[in-house]
Design a protein around this ligand. Structure first.
Ligand SMILES: NC(=O)c1ccc[n+]([C@@H]2O[C@H](COP(=O)([O-])OP(=O)(O)OC[C@H]3O[C@@H](n4cnc5c(N)ncnc54)[C@H](OP(=O)(O)O)[C@@H]3O)[C@@H](O)[C@H]2O)c1
Length: 246
């Protein structure tokens, strides 16, 4: 088996996922970049990183989630780290109940929760062979720990990811550690143009203890740190500049 560790980062053609993929590649991992639609961007990122590859897969689809893991294992011979970062939302004011149709629920839950689950299930047999042990890191959100966020289905999906993290950590130890990282608002394409996110960004700059908006690199720093924290599993780590204190 090749010596270099292998990390899969779902949804890594842009934003937080791209920052995590770049960080792990710079730390010596062979990285698998993934996206469902932005193939050119994903391929370009993989080409810019040493020993990285790109695999297109919509992780909300079970067959494609399994194919992602099978292809990554075939390309690299091992899988040591899975970062479940691919996610989606729809901005809906929490009191606009009628706007949250079953389709809105399904679009969000099928990627944020089911996607996380089915990629993890497919990866577990490979991760459990990692000597160090294997790691799953789920990118959740502060919306999963407090009654805030871009919509009720999004917040519920991230709360589910946090509980999934705890349940999975108990189920797959000691061979695999499972943790969540829960960012507050983070500067990415997702949050750049929407008035809802701009208002939260202003609040972060004005009144959070650290007086700034988080960056994708802040989240990548936290993932990188978690991978070295060998006695931590089942944890949900906030990356929020102290936003929970206000
Ligand atoms: N930005 C924030 O303020 C913030 C805060 C807290 C948590 N988060 C979480 O951080 C994660 C990344 O967010 P981001 O802001 O970096 O978003 P982003 O820039 O929009 O990136 C999302 C990535 O996921 C990919 N993706 C979307 N649907 C996918 C699917 N079905 N299968 C595989 N890949 C898919 C996208 O590529 P394609 O669309 O081309 O497939 C893209 O690479 C999400 O889980 C989000 O909930 C973000």
């Amino acid at each position: 088996m090749a010596e270099q560790k292998v990390a899969i980062v779902t949804g890594s053609s842009s934003g937080i996922g791209a920052a995590i993929a770049t960080r792990l590649a710079n730390e010596g991992y062979r990285v698998v970049v993934n996206s469902a639609r932005s193939v050119a961007e994903g391929r370009a990122l993989a080409a810019s990183l040493p020993a990285a590859t790109y695999v297109q897969a919509d992780v909300s689809d079970e067959a494609q989630a399994r194919a992602l893991i099978a292809t990554a294992a075939e390309q690299h011979g091992r899988i040591d780290v899975l970062v479940n970062n691919a996610g989606t939302t729809k901005v809906v004011p929490h009191d606009d109940l009628e706007a949250v149709t079953p389709q809105v629920w399904w679009d969000i839950l099928s990627l944020n929760v089911l996607g996380t689950w089915q990629v993890s299930v497919a990866a577990v047999p490979h991760l459990s062979k990692s000597a160090t042990p294997g790691n799953i890191v789920n990118i959740s959100s502060v919306a999963g720990t407090r009654p805030v966020g871009s919509s009720i289905p999004y917040a519920v999906s991230k709360a589910a990811v946090n509980h999934l993290t705890r349940l999975l950590a108990a189920a797959v130890g000691p061979g695999i550690r499972v943790n969540s990282v829960a960012p507050a608002l983070t500067e990415t394409a997702w949050t750049a143009d929407d008035p809802f996110f701009r208002a939260i960004a202003d609040k972060c700059r004005e009144s959070t203890p650290l007086r700034r908006v988080g960056t994708a690199e802040d989240v990548a720093d936290t993932v990188s740190a978690l991978l070295r924290l060998d006695h931590m599993t089942g944890a949900v780590l906030p990356v929020d500049g102290g936003a929970a204190l206000i």
